[in-house]
Design a protein around this ligand. Structure first.
Ligand code: NCD
Length: 304
């Protein structure tokens, strides 16, 4: 049995197979409409979510399976003091596979150690968010055709943004990738990623503060929200929240075929006027999240 805690839990070959399966699902949905009949997915969400939880549920329903779960800690026995370990032991009796989101780093890993069903990390604090990365990879692969040789700008809250951490982990395994890390000083990428992931693997990257300076060289611009819920005080958040606002004006500096991704939800960091630009693919990206989660559920149930 396999779990998914980080994108690195999948080899590059397994990742490629998963993306190929997701691509087949997109083009031949009927073929998969009964693939998970009789199977149940539990979604255990201790933190707010729209896309991740609903795309997981939509994915399982598209496969002919069923879903059960909770969408906040308050509505589960966590409110009575139950541990994640105990909860997952019980959920293992009710479902065949589980997606879990929790505000604490490592919570999904703790759950996986006590689980008798595959556990998928649907976001653990400011740490990792591997299924968003699968979504991002499928989006890039489907719309750009490859990963190699891309210059990828990651912009915003690189400190707390778990989607950024997971995406870097996944992309460094492809050839000639270059990162431009665009953030205010206080929200720079954590040291463990700069040292243990980027430097250690000799991945070229630059860090800068001004989005305008980075824009002309980017093939992909990955915008992120300032992660309000991870700040220790409101004042710091308010100071940081509008640091970057991508406008039509700024986009005039970008390549004609640059792609703008965002895991969503968007707050102010992309002006709505940008939505109509053909380079803005963040709503398409949310759709890819369903195909890739269908592929993931199928694959983890097959490996069981
Ligand atoms: C992201 C998350 O939860 O980390 N959202 C998502 O799953 N699409 C990004 C965010 O909340 O900013």
């Amino acid at each position: 049995m396999r779990h998914l805690m980080s994108p690195l839990d999948l080899s590059v070959e397994e990742l490629d197979e998963l993306l190929a399966l997701a691509n087949d699902i997109e083009h031949n949905p009927v073929k998969y409409a009964h693939a998970c009949e009789g199977k149940k997915l539990a979604t255990c969400f201790y933190e707010p979510s729209t896309r991740t939880r609903l795309s997981f549920e939509s994915a399982m329903l598209n496969l002919g399976g069923s879903v059960l779960g909770f969408s906040s800690a308050d509505s589960s026995s966590a409110a009575k003091g139950e541990s994640v370990s105990d909860t997952i032991r019980v959920i293992s009796c009710y479902a065949d596979i589980c997606a879990i989101r929790h505000p604490k780093e490592g919570a999904a890993l703790v759950a996986s150690l006590k689980s008798s069903i595959p556990v998928i990390n649907a976001g653990d604090g400011g740490h990792q968010h591997p299924t968003q990365t699968l979504t991002d990879l499928l989006t890039i692969y489907s719309l750009k055709g490859e990963f190699s040789g891309l210059t990828i700008g990651l912009c915003g809250d690189l400190k707390f943004g778990r989607t950024v951490h997971s995406l870097i982990h996944a992309l460094i395994r492809y050839a000639n990738i270059r990162f431009v890390l665009i953030s205010p000083e206080e929200l720079r990428i954590p040291d463990y990623i700069r040292e243990d992931v980027l430097h250690k693997n000799n991945v070229p990257f630059t860090e800068m503060e001004r989005l305008e300076d980075a824009m002309p060289e980017l093939d992909i611009l990955y915008m992120t929200r300032v992660q309000k819920e991870r700040f220790f005080n409101e004042e710091d958040y308010v100071r940081m929240k509008d640091f970057y606002i991508l406008t039509k004006d700024k986009l005039t500096l970008a390549k004609e075929d640059m792609m703008i991704l965002h895991p969503l939800p968007r707050v102010n960091e992309i002006s709505v006027e940008v939505d109509d630009d053909p380079r803005a693919v963040y709503f398409k990206q949310a759709q890819y999240g369903v195909y890739v989660r269908m592929a993931l559920i199928l694959t983890l149930l097959k490996w069981r």
